[in-house]
Design a protein around this ligand. Structure first.
Ligand code: SF4
Length: 737
């Protein structure tokens, strides 16, 4: 695809619109409070890049300032909205609330007091905290296997630790988490290969890379400050290889406010050295192809493989034996493209392989990760500065939740330490992850659900199923700062309770968070703009401790002591591997990198200290046909693979803006399609069509032409009838328009 085709909407990502947004918000009535909040010493609310903390809200993990992006302004602005007034829920009945879009829900303002919706009632009613604890006492006095939680990465490590400790004490392992939907494949794959499921690259290390291979990520929209690193790598002669079925303008050229001269004079900085557009779902195939090419071009680091890896021979044999024709046909890229890519990174000394959900949210997501890791190992790019594997994590503390033990795959050493702390062995029954939780709820197996943040309803692949499943649960507690679709659509059978809590920068006590690069941030106490007699908000730590005291009292520990977050940090230091330094954090105020995760030597925490390579078989991909939908070949329309994506004005399931100017989409009922595909079906741009998938149908969807691979269409994730994962799918979406 040539540059003109690439940039048919906007010339570069970032740039003037970002400055305009900052200016608008600065000059708004909230301007002063916005800047005070951005400067507050706490981690950014939005992505997990780790901006903000003890050294100030604009400082990154390397100590560089001016590192705050538009995404963070959107998130803070939203949290600074006024509180919902006392008469709001008396005025608006459920049917009205259920007609709201995600953006309209967010704009209602901050939850300011607890509310309850009882079965058969049309309005949420304000209730007292005493009533909340009474409901909680009843709801948690249920068989442990019927109690479950779901969480997002919004809360602190301390709240996460408390949540899982309370659940483990109750005997429940049903700790579903939003990471089950995004980077579970990364955690499982990396753990299998390296014995550690997180990034092995620190920000400091990334700064020394010669090349970044960025796969299935739209960093300009979702991790904007990563773009500064990519710009700097290009500036010193490094290479950036992008692998993505769609050309994202910000991955071609990005205009960062951190480099104003370049932005003004040159319209931005070049990002991609090479841009590959494989068929969605074929990442493993592409990486096997890259491995084959590395072998053929004699670019494999044999000494490294022999010294630091296991099972390398079978991986090499498989790549060697796989015919080129199978590779090129399945991934849709030519042998020359694959060879050029292998030559580019294979000849460089320090390469980082980074990815997001375009790779993980596939049927063979774990294989994708292992094939990337195999490729890194074949080129000696694991266990040294400037190189390694780097999953790019989404929500700001999503990784911290996993570290704190909010997972159904609890590490053995944590389980043993928690058992010692609680003075009793943990229940070893497996818990429900997010998908299993919905299925269990659908079967009537869940009585009580406690949602610490997140939007379990809206993040689900099948909204109809999610709604039905949640309606089988007796009591659901939603802990939140602002309304989302789930609060009005994901209703319980008996009691749906919404519990308002402080945002990170408002908590009356210090907390911590963990970035995607394994850096622990210390968040200072703050205060809330929400004031007045109708406001009745508490912190998550206070809420969880009060519930634990009410339900368990001093059994098996004195839960009231956990009101003190410094004490929780002491417990974390004793029970969570790599977190020892958190025990002194209140004294030292020194943020730290979690030990044992950043590998600067090729020695890994596996049983043999070597990386465990394994063969990743080529998946069989089948392009959708009209017959799959019982349509004759001559029926109007076209069958394409469906991908879903997050818009530029969106963070997770929260929508901040309706349109997406980077993709030329004026609203969210749009379908991005290659102009050549449209021609085959005689579609015009802006024509309205019906989109039919395996699980549903959407009417009146506007066609927008875009630089997307032929044979693929892309829809906004909030509309997808198949999945809300925010990324491309392989065979999930067979559609005929
Ligand atoms: S890049 Fe991520 S962590 Fe940094 S300011 Fe932007 S949203 Fe926040």
């Amino acid at each position: 695809m040539n540059e003109r085709e690439i940039s048919n909407k906007i010339e570069a990502g970032g740039g003037f619109p970002i400055l305009q947004y900052w200016a608008e918000k600065t000059l708004s009535p909230q301007g002063v409070k916005l800047w005070q909040t951005l400067n507050h010493k706490s981690a950014c609310l939005a992505c997990a890049w780790g901006t903000g903390g003890q050294k100030g809200g604009f400082v990154n993990e390397a100590g560089e300032s001016l590192q705050r992006c538009l995404k963070s302004v959107e998130a803070v602005t939203s949290e600074l909205m006024p509180g919902i007034k006392t008469d709001f829920f008396q005025t608006y009945h459920l049917a009205q609330l259920q007609s709201l879009t995600s953006l309209e829900c967010d704009r209602l303002g901050r939850f300011s007091y607890p509310v309850l919706l009882k079965a058969g009632e049309s309005h949420y009613q304000r209730i007292s905290w005493e009533e909340v604890y009474r409901l909680a006492e009843q709801a948690f006095h249920q068989p442990s296997e019927t109690i479950a939680s779901y969480s997002s990465g919004r809360s602190s490590n301390e709240a996460a630790y408390l949540l899982q400790l309370f659940f483990r004490a109750l005997g429940s392992n049903n700790l579903a988490d939003c990471s089950d939907l995004c980077h579970a494949a990364s955690t499982v794959g990396l753990k299998q290969v390296f014995g550690s499921g997180t990034s092995m690259v620190s920000l400091e290390s990334l700064k020394q890379a010669d090349c970044v291979v960025l796969i299935g990520s739209n960093a300009p929209a979702n991790h904007p400050r990563l773009m500064n690193e990519l710009i700097q790598i290009r500036d010193r002669g490094g290479k950036i290889i992008i692998i993505n079925p769609q050309i994202e303008v910000g991955l071609v050229k990005f205009s960062s406010p951190a480099f104003p001269i370049k932005s003004l004079l040159r319209g931005g900085s070049d990002i991609s050295t090479l841009y590959l557009q494989p068929i969605p779902g074929s990442d493993t195939v592409l990486f096997v192809g890259l491995q084959k090419s590395l072998i053929e071009q004699n670019l494999v680091r044999w000494d490294y493989l022999k010294s630091h890896t296991e099972n390398w021979q079978s991986v090499i044999d498989y790549a060697r034996q796989t015919p080129w024709e199978n590779i090129t046909k399945t991934c849709g890229l030519s042998r020359e493209e694959i060879e050029a890519t292998a030559a580019l990174f294979g000849n460089l000394e320090r390469v980082v392989f980074a990815w997001a959900m375009g790779v993980t949210q596939q049927e063979n997501g774990v294989d994708n990760i292992i094939s990337i890791a195999n490729t890194a190992l074949m080129t000696g790019n694991a266990g040294k500065i400037g190189a390694g594997t780097m999953p790019i994590r989404g929500h700001s503390n999503v990784q911290g939740f996993g570290s704190m033990g909010v997972t159904v795959r609890l590490r053995q050493e944590i389980a043993e330490a928690l058992a010692q702390l609680l003075g009793k062995p943990l229940n070893i029954t497996g818990g429900y992850d997010t998908r299993a939780l919905i299925e269990a709820a659908e079967r009537g197996k869940i009585n009580t659900l406690f949602c610490l943040g997140g939007n379990l309803y809206g993040a689900n692949p099948d909204l109809n199923q999610a709604k039905k499943a949640l309606a089988q649960i007796d009591t659901i507690f939603y802990v939140a700062t602002k309304p989302n679709l789930g609060h009005f659509q994901g209703l319980a059978r008996q009691n749906t309770v919404i519990l308002p809590v402080f945002a990170r920068f408002e908590n009356p006590h210090p907390t911590t968070t963990e970035s995607g690069n394994n850096f622990v941030r210390f968040n200072e106490r703050g205060s809330s703009h929400l004031q007045g007699s109708h406001v009745d908000i508490i912190s998550e730590v206070e809420l969880l401790t009060n519930i634990a005291v009410k339900v368990l009292g001093t059994n098996p520990i004195d839960w009231s002591r956990l009101h003190d977050t410094a004490y929780i940090r002491q417990l974390i230091a004793k029970t969570i591997p790599g977190y020892q330094k958190i025990g002194q954090l209140d004294q030292t105020q020194t943020e730290f990198t979690i030990s044992g995760r950043i590998f600067t030597e090729p020695h890994f925490p596996t049983s043999t200290r070597k990386a465990q390579m394994s063969v990743t078989l080529l998946p069989t991909l089948k392009a959708p046909q009209k017959q799959d939908f019982n349509q004759p070949e001559n029926a109007p329309g076209i069958a394409l693979i469906l991908g879903t994506g997050r818009s530029y004005g969106q963070h997770n399931t929260v929508v901040y803006q309706m349109g997406d100017k980077y993709r030329g989409m004026p609203h969210r009922h749009c379908l991005l399609i290659n102009a050549e595909d449209a021609k085959k079906a005689s579609f015009q741009e802006h024509q309205r069509v019906t989109v039919q998938g395996d699980a549903g149908k959407l009417e009146n969807i506007e066609i927008i032409f875009g630089p997307i691979r032929e044979g693929l269409q892309r829809i906004d994730q909030s509309l997808c009838p198949l999945c809300l994962c925010g990324s491309f799918h392989s065979l999930a979406g067979k559609n005929v328009s």
